[in-house]
Every structure is written in C-alpha cells, then in structure tokens.
Ligand binder design. Sequence first.
Ligand code: FES
Ligand code: FE2
Length: 380
Amino acid sequence: MRTLTEVKKTLPASWYYEPQQYERELDAIWYRDWICVGRLESLARDGAWFVTTIGKQKIIVTRVSDDRIVAFHNTCRHRGSELCRDDAGQFRNGRIICPYHAWTYSLQGELIATPRRLETDDFELQDYALYPVHADSWGGFIFLNLSATPATGLKSYLAEEAENLKSWPLVNMRSVRQEKMTVACNWKIFWENYSECYHCPKIHPELCRVMPVYRQGVFDPVDLPGWQPQFEGDTGVGRVGDGVRTWTRDGQTSLPVIKGLSDAEIAAGVVFTSITGSMYVVAHPDYVRSVRIVPTGPESIELVVDWLLPAGTEIGASDLERICELARLVIEQDGDVCERNQRGLRSRAHADGVLVPQEYELWRFHEHIRAKLAELAELR
Ligand code: FES
Ligand SMILES: [Fe+2]
C-alpha cells in the first residue's frame, strides 16, 4: 500500500506564483539538476548547434563528433555578447565566431583567435575559453547540468527510472513528430497533475477507455483497498484494458511491436519513466513519447512533446496522427485543468490545500522540493 495514511498539506499557494520563489527554485533545482533539452538526432552533423533555455539561461549545444556533444553559455568571453541569435544552425569550419568583434572559438570552446586586437604581453588565449556546461546523454536524449560541479553524473541521477525503459532501443529511435504547447501554470502544478490519477475519471474519459483502472482514480490497482493479483506475475502496476494494445483512441495500432520487448512489457501496454519535475517518457509496445516541461516564468511553462519510433520505421500521415491524437488530447485536458488550478491558487483566502491518500507521489514531490531548497540554503 503506497497511499498516504494521514492528512497532508500541500506546498504554500504563494510558491506557485511568487517571483522570488520561482527564482529560488531555478537556483535550487533547474540550475543544479540534469535537465533534458532535446534529442541527439537534432544535431545531425559535426558543428550543428541549437540554443536552449533553462530557466533564464541560454545555452548553446553543439556536436563535436559522432558521440560527443558539448555545451556552453551563449556568452562571449570578450565583453559578454550573445554568440548565437537564432534557435539553431551550423557552425562553419569548426569555428564559433562572435558576431560583435569576431573573437573565434573552436567547437570545444577554446579561444583560438582575437582578430585585430592590438597586442599586449599579458593576454593568454587559454584564459578565455567559453563558459562550459556539463552535457551528457541517455537513450538519445541530451541532458545539461548548469552546476559547476554536479552532485551526481547523469546515470546515477536517472537511476532506476532509466532502467524502466531498458528494453526500448531509445538510442536508435527518432522523433517523428514534435509538438509544443504553452500552459499558463507554474511548473510544479503540471508535475503534480502528472503525479496523480485522482483527476483521471473526470478529466480523461477517452484515456480511461484504454486504461480502465484510471476510472477508479488511481494509477495502479495495488493502491485500491483489498487488492489481489489478477493473474500470474501481477505486480499491481497499471496496464491497458483487455484487447487494448497501445495508447491510441481505439487502443489498436498499425505499427509493428518494437523488437526486444518482453511479453510482460507488451501486455502492460505502457511503461513510465519520470524524471522529477522536468520530463517524463511513456513507452508503448509500438512507440515512445517524451514530454519535457520547460518553465518560462513563475506562472507559465512550455511543453515539448516528441513521438519516437525506431529509426527507419515508415509511417504514413494517418498512422502518425493515430499515435499522436490521444496523447495530444490528454495533454490539452491536463493543460486546461492546470490553468484552472493556477488561477484558483491566487485567492487571498487560500493559503494551502490538502492531499488525498492516492496523492502520495505529490507528497514525495513536495518533500523533494523542500529538500532541494534546504540543500541550497545550506550551501549559501
Ligand atoms: S563581445 Fe564577443 S568579440 Fe566582443
Ligand atoms: Fe491527466
């Protein structure tokens, strides 16, 4: 039983809109944790780059070689000009050239030329490399860490969450569709909504047809009173309904089952990987979907949703729409209730809320936020 056995309060309502609290969370979490910023396949050639935003920081991500990605703050070491103005592009001849006075860096970030600078004896090129940002990847997803000294490497940061999807060939999968959506809510609101299925029966009738257990307001049958295994090897983890194969409107698919999955993974129809606060990946027998949560202010986020298929899988427009349709609908439904939640929290009468027993993941999340804030306070 994982449910909460006593009444727990939520985080203070003001934490969901106060700019100072937002700044504290950027410092304590978004500038210290590993954050996914995209897929390796978006950097198809050496020197290909994109600029990404974490909190208020702009970071350049570029490919140095087949298996090496590097990242830098989008800031020149001369007088601090922004280096890249566009969202993405290709560095020519392995050079990053500042548009202001043409200081020139290698793809690894070393300063290699300062054209027309009048010479002095005490200037050393090696003292002015670009400001580096830690970069690594898991399953083809690029992660950055803005801390000068990350508390852990990416692998231990992801820990067993990455293990959940070990049967899926994520590295060799490609995004076949990306959709973005803005939602007027604090990033924690969206994560909290993702962390409970108490809202599912009312908000997601279409999803409940595919996942009958959700009709009971829980993710997993194990959370229901008196749960008993229903079949050999039943772990009590939620699975698709009888006859349903994947998450589409009708539960059917025209795509092949991805190679390497176990019978249990195929039967389950859905497996989740949750990277607290910033991203979740939902794997089905025929496709994978990732959702990144990008805070854009105290009361706004952008969602970046990618649908992934094994490289080389042919898919026509109607089959692609079939795998996108349900998740898009569910995310829109979630976005709508998150915006309502955000507006309601502004009431002067509402200091905090209360959690119901099946919102145990929210409680864990709140404890996590408190711990991260305390950790940073201790460091200061
Ligand atoms: S600010 Fe970049 S070269 Fe001057
Ligand atoms: Fe939902």
